[in-house]
Every structure is written in C-alpha cells, then in structure tokens.
Design a protein around this ligand. Structure first.
Ligand code: ATP
Ligand code: MG
Length: 298
C-alpha cells in the first residue's frame, strides 16, 4: 500500500495539445503554483495540490502506481494503456472520472482514397499501422476480423505510402492530415476527449477531502463553461411557449413580479445567439438579458 500523503498530486502534459487547456482548467478551479526551476514539479500555493508536468504517455502509469492522484489525459491514451494492462492480466487501477470538454478527436481507421470501402470484412489479412495496438486488437476481435496490427510510435499516416501497412488506425480531428496523405476515414473506434483520470480506490487520508473538493469545483467550471444566466419578463400565458424554446435551460425560476408581468430567470446551457434571443422576444419575452456566470456551486 502506498504511504499516506497530505498533499494531492495531479499529472498533466508538460507540452502539447492538452498542456495549456489542462492548466487553465485547474487555474479556474482556484489552484495556483509556485513554479519550480526545472518546471517538472509545481508546488501548490493556494491549496496543497501539486502539479507534475510529464509526457501524456506517462500519466496513466503514474496514477496506476499511486505516484499521482489525478491526471488529465486523452481518453485514447487512458483506454489504450488500460486495454494493454488487461491483455496481460493486470487489474484496472484507474478510471476516467470526468469528461473535460476539450481535446476532442476520434480514433479512426483510414484507408487509401482509392479504396472502395465496403465494410470491416475488407480488413481480413490487411496490415494496419497504429500507435494504439491494444485498442485496435480488441476492436478487431470484437468485429471478428483477422488483420495484422503494425505498431508504430509516430508518423503513422505515411505507412501506407511507404508500403509498411495497407491502412492506418489513428487520431483524427479535422481530417486535414489524412487528406494530405491521400487517406480517407472509414470507421470510428473511439470518440475521445481530455478526461480527468483518478484511482479506482480513493485514498483514505487527507487527500480524499481534497479530491472531493476539486471534483466539485471542476464540475462547476465545466458545466458553467457554456452556461449563461438568462433573465426576462413575460406574461403568464407566454411561459409554456417560452419554456418550449429553451430545451437546453434549467426550469424557469420566478422572481418577485413586476406589475402584471412575471420576472423569470434560468441557466441556459446552450448558445444564446442573437437569433435565439429574437425568437424568444417574438414569443413574448421582454427585456431579455444574458449574463455570464463567473462561478457556481451546484
Ligand atoms: P507527449 O510529448 O506528451 O507524449 P504527444 O505528441 O503524445 O505528446 P499531443 O500530440 O500533444 O501528444 O496530443 C495529446 C492528446 O491530444 C492526444 O492524446 C489526444 O487525446 C488529443 N488530440 C486532439 N486532437 C488530436 C489530433 N488531431 N491528433 C492527435 N491528438 C489529438
Ligand atoms: Mg505522447
């Protein structure tokens, strides 16, 4: 058993796509750090929560070994290492606790543009280049297809042109990299985003309270990211139509009223464009105001 600790450690990517958004998310949760000189370890100042800056590949292992309590990493990386551990009979020791709404991408099969794609049976006997061999192996088994997995650590997309594979399984966001290599996406294995990963078993020391507090703040920050407070006045008979126009909002809350009209407010979790406001106005909402929410505890 890992020794008791009274400070929490969170592993995030040192540099790369997830580094900046991970840090600003934690900052929005009220964390701040004293930068250490080598910048691999940042000592928490506002709370006893320290940061470890590492390669994203190392994050699942750091949690599995109990070196870190939380990590922010792509679901793709977390699932790959979990699948690899399972394939050699190791138990699950970490899990994705929350989706964080950034770092979206898909793990996809992509084939040369000239292929006439007819379905997964076409993969039989083919060589597939990937950096995600464990996920791909599990997926192929689930599809009942026998193909060869060629593990590459980088530059997967040039493998078909080099002749080292027939097709690839790789992360795709815009699809521009695929197009530049004359490949087209055909199947999705995984929808990924950055996640907060944590241990399956919560430690039973001072960290438990810190972990619960951080999760609660994180939920507040993530939920409020695209939430706005909407305020308006309306006649009582207009309320049901206005409610219908706000399917992405919390139930309308009535404030003390204002001579004949109701004063209403709600937290709306979708985009409130000018067009939507005009539509609400036509349906009887008056004096519409959209306010951004700085912080909120659910
Ligand atoms: P490190 O040096 O930390 O190992 P890396 O090169 O493995 O970095 P990045 O390229 O920074 O990692 O990507 C980190 C994560 O960003 C990916 O694991 C994935 O979850 C996410 N991501 C989002 N879009 C893409 C994309 N188009 N290509 C690759 N990763 C993406
Ligand atoms: Mg990496």
């Amino acid at each position: 058993n890992a020794p008791a600790r009274d400070r929490l450690r969170i592993a995030i990517q040192k540099s790369g796509r997830l580094a900046e958004p991970a840090r600003s998310l934690l900052t929005a949760c009220g964390l701040s750090w004293r930068q250490s000189r080598d910048k691999l370890f940042c000592y928490g100042e506002s709370l006893p929560v320290d940061l470890l800056l590492v390669r994203d590949d190392d994050i699942p292992g750091l949690i599995a070994d109990g070196v870190c309590d939380f990590g922010i990493v792509g679901r793709n990386e977390l699932d790959e290492q979990a699948a690899a551990r399972r394939q050699i009979g190791l138990p699950d020791t970490y899990q994705a606790l929350r989706g964080l709404n950034f770092g979206q991408c898909r793990l996809m099969l992509a084939v040369p543009e000239e292929w006439d794609w007819q379905g997964v049976q076409q993969l039989a006997g083919k060589r597939i280049a990937t950096s995600y061999p464990a996920i791909l192996t599990d997926w192929l088994a689930a599809q009942g297809v026998d193909a060869q997995v060629v593990e590459l650590s980088g530059s997967v997309e040039i493998a078909p042109r080099l002749g080292t594979a027939d097709l690839i399984c790789d992360l795709v966001s815009s699809g521009a990299t695929l197009a530049a290599n004359q490949l087209k996406p055909v199947e999705t294995l995984l929808e990924s985003e950055a996640v907060l990963a944590g241990p399956v078993r919560t430690p039973d020391d001072a960290r438990a309270g810190l972990m619960a507090m951080l999760l609660r703040r994180l939920d507040g920050v993530v939920k409020q990211q695209d939430s706005k407070l909407l305020m308006f006045r309306a006649a009582a008979e207009r309320v049901s139509e206005l409610t219908r126009l706000l399917p992405d909002a919390d139930p309308l809350e009535q404030l003390p009223d204002d001579g004949g009209h109701l004063r209403l407010q709600t937290m709306c979790h979708g985009a409130l464009t000018w067009q939507r406001l005009e539509e609400l106005e036509r349906a009887g909402a008056q004096g519409l105001k959209v306010l951004s929410v700085e912080r909120s505890l659910a």
